[in-house]
Design a protein around this ligand. Sequence first.
Ligand code: BGC
Length: 366
Amino acid sequence: MKRKSRIIAMLLTLLLTVTLFAGCTKQQEPTGTNQPPQTPAGEETKTPEPSKPAEEKKIKIGLSLATLQEERWVRDKEVMEALCKEKGAELAVQVADLDAAKQNSQCENLISQGVDVLIVVAQDGEAAAPIVEKAHAAGIKVLAYDRMIMNSDVDLYLSFDNVKVGELQGKWLTDNLDKGNIVWLAGSPTDNNAKLFKQGNAKYLQPKIDSGDYKVVMEQDVVDWKPDNALKLMENALTANNNNIQGVLAPNDGTAGACIQALAAQGLAGKVPVTGQDAELAAAKRIAEGTQGMTVFKDTRELGKAAIEAAIKIAKGEDPGANNTVNNNKIDVPSILLTPVAIDKNNLDKELIESGYLKREDVYGN
Ligand code: BGC
């Protein structure tokens, strides 16, 4: 019995030694080598995982702008550039200079560069549809920025409530002109927004027209939103009516500036109410001086931020969080729509200066 218990004791000691030794060798496994640690099958490795590919790879966003003609697009671009920098994303920008064919080929270029998402401000809402098809064929999602891309499967639309923009313009004009001859200009016929603005204008202007209070002496589109085109139209309207014009619906600040130039040449600047849109610095100055009645503030800081945030989410396969849908004659496009604000001399300081959008010294010169 004694011998048997000695053998058991020896075996136990041996087992303990082997176990301890095995434990020691495990602890002493080299850590600084390039060899991946050996993990028993089915056991989770304790080694820190390399960071996930989505975090590692820099997101690349393509931005195709129709124009930088209006100050607002410069601001939109700057906001997006700053935010991409902050978020560690790359932004590749192309500007089509009001040329729809050029925009399509610039977008093809961005697609072949392998952008993760494409943001497009369409020069021509209909002509931009193939951009969406080509991007989709390459697995790239497309965001229509500010202007809808029509008849396409565009993935997301980010804009303001554009009918509301037109309503704000129409309301201001009818609040500030009871009766008279009016010039009613609309934006570029290739821009879907121009139709929406005009639809909003009509809500207020049409009843005045129908009642005979307003006589429309000119109703025209401003091709490409060009101030030069608006200038010629306004000069013609003044000449044809012997300056007998009492109100001007100008669709944005660029065209408003041109109409006011034509009015000024006849000594009528400040005497005829003129609308606008975009809260450009030049427009804010004219409002302060009294030659332009109003503008519409669409905070590009907010829209630019929403677009980059949405683009990054889409690139990561996340839901961008649309709060609306807008039909583009093909589908109901998931949309993010922000609210525009009417600005006149009464709220210019509060909305534009105190919010930091414009500088007091730039607007008032002191
Ligand atoms: C935009 C306006 C801009 C106009 C001309 C429209 O689509 O909504 O803010 O003034 O284009 O560029």
